[in-house]
Design a protein around this ligand. Structure first.
Ligand code: UD1
Ligand code: CA
Length: 460
């Protein structure tokens, strides 16, 4: 059940001019996931009745990105001219439910956590405050709005560009997260005036509240990465590093060992279970999921695939849009192309390519094979160098290999073909007709030995 009394206003209308990229900064990606979807996922955890997103600059791009998550509680308001954060909130205030608490959050703060928001909210309620600001103390407060206190009470916020030399030395800064009683906010935002820069600053609400003798309190955020706001490309780059750091911490909590984190790229879309080992040079992306007790040794690329528990992926393996069953062994040097399904206890070895095929329980394709458009039963052994010849130059054809088949080394199966259960093929066999159950299929020229035969001498 949503908390009926919480409305969250997310400010995403800005021109992002310091970014210089001609796109709204909130749709930029950090390790494959946009700033907007990160903040939206976080604020959704607070369980608000409404999320009011202020859009403006290239608003269709922002709306499309937000809608991807499929949340039902999103409301959009348009700020046609970006006249400042205060102006953005003024527009949003028309959608706020009067008897609620409003949380305002800058949209360019991707690592804000739901713990910070929830703790701020608790502090706001516990103190019966009228306004709460998330603040922090920074050794280098440059670019942030400074918190001005008088006898320890917050009286205003001054933006960097309007600070005097003395004010610039203040270390306490505004993190960009505000909590208001909605009723007050709706009335007071109307009284906000343009500043000398002809903009409405949300931060100027602090002075209005202070003049009204309203209770203004702060919530102290310790980890400065949590309120990093992305204004330029350098900060975007920094955000990638921060994301990797948080990902590493998450992995530690789940008993996931990343041997060499700087060489591992695992997209936020990937689901990782517990107790997994990941070696160097591993990329996992898309809708992939890795179950518990899996080991990925190193130099592996996995996209849109599921690796079930207790499997091992050895070096130099490529797995795309495939499913690997439990207790399986893949690699080294295997290429699993789209629509490969390996059941449990399978073994795919070196220089093996599999495409659009199912490999049954306990079956093995250990060396130098191509298996395409194939349905393979269980307990099948594929000898080294065996190939399904699935393409006649015009069309692809299917191969069926039933349970308990043994293919001798270098067997070629010319599809369409069915190899009956319990059957065997001799080494070097080329079959183009269905092999009945329990048979031996063998195609070989009779072996000839010519005694005392010498190769012609080489011409000098
Ligand atoms: C703002 C604060 C500053 C604080 C910092 C923390 C103000 C005036 N200053 O500065 O005190 O330390 O955040 O991150 O609020 N936006 C709109 N409409 C507008 C302008 C901005 O929706 O007309 C949105 C932007 O898209 C952005 C957010 O508001 O997501 C913040 O705007 P930004 O320009 O980044 O503010 P800062 O200069 O970082
Ligand atoms: Ca900002």
């Amino acid at each position: 059940m949503p908390k009926q009394n919480i409305n969250i206003i997310l400010l995403c209308a800005g021109k992002s001019s310091r970014m210089g990229l001609n796109v709204p900064k909130v749709i930029l990606k950090i390790n494959g996931k946009s700033i907007l979807s990160r903040t939206l996922e976080t604020i959704q955890k607070v369980n608000p009745q409404k999320i009011i997103i202020v859009v403006g600059y290239k608003k269709e791009m922002v709306i499309n990105e937000a809608m991807k998550l499929g949340y039902k509680n999103l409301h959009f308001v348009t700020q046609n001219n970006q006249n400042g954060t205060g102006h953005a909130v003024k527009i949003a205030s028309k959608k706020i439910s009067t008897n609620s608490t409003s949380i305002v959050l800058n949209g360019d703060t991707p690592f804000i956590s739901h713990e910070i928001i929830n703790n701020s909210l608790k502090t706001f309620i516990r103190n019966s405050a009228d306004l709460l600001l998330a603040t922090s103390s920074l050794d280098d407060p440059t670019d942030y709005g400074r918190i001005i206190r008088q006898r320890n009470k917050i009286i205003k916020i001054i933006e960097e560009k309007n600070c005097s030399k003395e004010e610039k030395k203040i270390n306490e800064i505004n993190c960009g997260l505000y909590i208001f009683k909605s009723k007050n906010l709706i009335t007071k935002i109307k009284t906000l005036k343009k500043n000398i820069k002809k903009e409405y600053y949300l931060t100027d609400m602090v002075e209005i509240y202070s003049n009204d003798r309203k209770k203004i309190i702060s919530y102290n955020v310790i980890d400065k990465a949590r309120f990093l706001n992305i204004n330029n490309t350098e900060e975007l780059y920094k955000a990638h590093e921060i994301d990797r750091k948080y990902f590493y911490y998450e992995c530690l909590k789940k008993d996931i060992t990343l041997t060499d984190p700087s060489t591992i790229h695992i997209s936020p879309s990937v689901k990782l279970s517990k107790n997994i080992k990941v070696g160097s040079n591993v990329i996992i992306e898309g809708q992939s999921s890795i179950e518990s007790n899996v080991e990925i040794v190193g130099n592996v690329y996995i996209k849109d695939s599921v690796i079930k528990s207790n499997s091992i992926i050895k070096p130099f393996v490529n797995i795309i849009n495939s499913k690997i069953g439990t207790n399986s062994q893949i690699g080294p040097f295997s290429n699993l192309r789209p629509s490969t399904v390996l059941k449990s206890n399978t073994k795919i070895g070196n220089f093996v390519e599999i495409k659009k095929s199912t490999i049954g329980d306990n079956s093995k394709v250990p060396h130098l094979s191509y298996i395409g458009d194939t349905e393979m039963g269980s307990n099948v052994n594929v000898g080294a160098g065996s190939i399904t010849c699935n393409y006649d130059g015009f069309e692809k054809h299917k191969t069926v290999i039933k349970d308990n088949v043994f293919l001798g080394s270098d067997t070629k199966l010319v599809a369409p073909i069915i190899i009956g259960k319990e059957s065997t093929t001799g080494a070097g066999t080329v079959l183009s007709k269905d092999l009945p159950d329990g048979s031996l299929g063998i195609t070989r020229v009779k072996e000839k030995h010519l005694p005392n035969w010498k190769r012609k001498p080489k011409k000098k």
